[in-house]
Design a protein around this ligand. Structure first.
Ligand code: BGC
Length: 507
């Protein structure tokens, strides 16, 4: 640590103490000692190499071919070409000075048939090299088994709507624990269940484009919970002792609250929290297990009124509830923004009937918050602290690892809006740790670099690094936010006045 940095730290400690004494928030805040920093990507969003070696198509390869599905008409064939250039990604991670890198594994790259009958040598080889090189550079690999790129072959058999997916997912997990578990010590089973189940099976906005609202999406929810639990139990029983790592799930945990203090709005906000987060977290983290009662009741009532002889939400049996309960070693938390719910604005028939939105039964918006002109994510930093506290209070204060947080815009190297977003959100996170006692051990910026933002294609950017898509080599350049993140990690202080000047660097 340089002399200047030591001085900054000393100043920070003084000002934090002074701030506490005066009851005011310190201007410069020291970062808690145990808090580690990382950056994240996902296979389909950065790898490219869509048909390299024996890789088979994923549901997102298929989805991109449907005209009009991706806003700017782009696809995932090449994106950032990390399959080819992963070493440059590692150089970028070193530049930032991160403790860990969160990446995901492409199921159809590793198992071209979707099943574990044939393991791709090149597919496993790619991830093995990535892991080795991360470790050689002192960066911890954090691997997600599933970040939405299901083999198309399995979708042809129903994908997440087929209960057998739990067998297929367990087999896939075993292949990866066997091949990489000697070196990967932190596993994430599924990324953001809501996003791939509700959008993928209940709307036409996401792969696999199964538009079965309020039915197919809920089948996927039940099956994914069981699949996740199978992968966790497998790790717990057969690998934990010899590999000495941990395994969990990461859940989209944007906050929901009433748009006003009226009891109806407050109730709508609470129900939305149960639908948005509790649907996935309650079965795993609550002491009783199972879906939140409020969700079970609402879907059963609506189903009956709609003439369904049984609830559209498949039941979890007692054994299934027990099997799923407790299957995560930590709470994986992804967060971007907050929505405010108004009960009175909901009118029957305004959403598809049946559907998830109709079951939630309230209208949501972003309140008075205005997105910056170049912004995509709405900055509502108070919401992250509330969401962290909701997790802490609902689930007996689990260890929380923040695996995604970031700001989307439409591009540019001087991304001061993104820096502001990170500063405000980290300030709220530090309050959650220091004032509220949330046990947060990891923070991850989404994303290391601009990449394929699902149905938005390449048009929306979340990266700390810009990627030049016109250039065959996909040259990456640090945005101002990358320089800021590097300073944050090196100095271990959150300094509101740190606004670095762009540096002309290429990776
Ligand atoms: C997903 C990422 C995505 C990010 C920004 C999360 O929902 O896990 O894949 O790029 O949000 O939209």
């Amino acid at each position: 640590m340089g002399c200047l940095n030591k001085l900054t730290v000393a100043f920070a400690v003084l000002s934090v103490t002074a701030g506490k004494e005066l009851g005011a928030k310190a201007a410069v805040r020291k970062l808690p000692e145990g808090l580690q920093f990382g950056a994240a990507t996902a296979s389909f969003q950065v790898e490219g190499g869509w048909n390299a070696s024996d890789k088979s198509p994923s549901i997102w390869d298929t989805f991109c071919e449907i005209p009009g599905k991706i806003k700017d008409g782009t696809d995932g064939r090449d994106t950032c070409k990390s399959y080819e250039y992963y070493q440059r990604d590692i150089e970028m991670l070193k530049f930032l000075g991160v403790d860990f890198y969160r990446f995901s594994i492409s199921w159809p790259r590793v198992l071209p048939t979707g099943f574990a009958d044939k393991i791709s040598k090149d597919g496993i080889g790619y991830y093995s090299k990535l892991v080795d090189e991360l470790l050689a550079n002192g960066i911890e690999p954090v691997a997600t088994l599933y970040h939405w790129d299901l083999p198309q072959s399995l979708q042809d058999l129903g994908g997440w709507a087929n209960p057998l997916i739990a067998d297929w997912f367990e087999d896939y997990a075993r292949v990866l624990y066997d091949a990489l578990g000697d070196r990967v010590k932190l596993w994430l089973t599924l990324n953001e269940p809501k996003q791939f189940a509700i959008y993928g099976y209940g709307t036409e906005a996401f792969a696999p484009n199964i538009n079965s609202p309020g039915i197919g999406d809920y089948m996927a929810v039940k099956n994914l919970l069981l699949a996740h639990a199978r992968a966790w139990h497998l790790y717990d029983k057969e690998y934990r002792q010899k590999q000495n790592g941990s395994c969990g799930i990461t859940i989209a945990s944007d906050f929901s609250e009433g748009a006003s203090d009226s009891p109806a709005d407050i109730e709508a906000g609470n129900l939305a929290l149960d639908f948005e987060i509790g649907f996935y977290s309650h079965p795993i983290f609550s002491s009783t297990g199972g879906f939140p009662e409020s969700v079970v009741k609402r879907v059963a009532e609506r189903s009956a009124a709609q003439g369904f002889p049984r609830s559209r939400l498949p039941e979890l049996t007692k054994d299934e509830i027990e099997f799923i309960r407790g299957t995560s070693d930590f709470y994986g938390f992804n967060h971007y923004s907050t929505r405010f719910y108004t009960a009175a604005d909901y009118k029957p028939g305004m959403f598809d009937v049946p559907s998830y939105n109709d079951d939630v039964g309230a209208v949501s918006g972003r309140g008075d918050y205005v997105t910056a002109p170049n912004g995509y994510t709405t900055k509502i930093s108070a919401g992250i602290r509330k969401a962290l506290n909701w997790i802490k209070d609902s689930y007996n204060s689990p260890e929380i690892m923040i695996f995604e947080n970031g700001y989307g815009d439409f591009g540019g190297i001087d991304d001061f809006d993104r820096i502001d977003y990170y500063k405000e959100y980290l300030d709220a996170i530090l309050d959650a740790i220091e004032v509220d006692g949330c046990r947060i051990t990891k923070y991850t910026a989404w994303s290391l670099m601009d990449n394929f933002e699902w149905s938005q294609g390449l048009s929306v950017k979340f990266g700390l690094f810009e990627v030049d898509y016109e250039d065959e080599k996909r040259t990456r350049r640090p945005k101002t936010s990358a320089l800021w993140y590097r300073n944050l990690i090196a100095s271990r202080v959150l300094d509101p006045a740190d606004n670095p000047k762009p540096e002309n660097l290429e990776f």
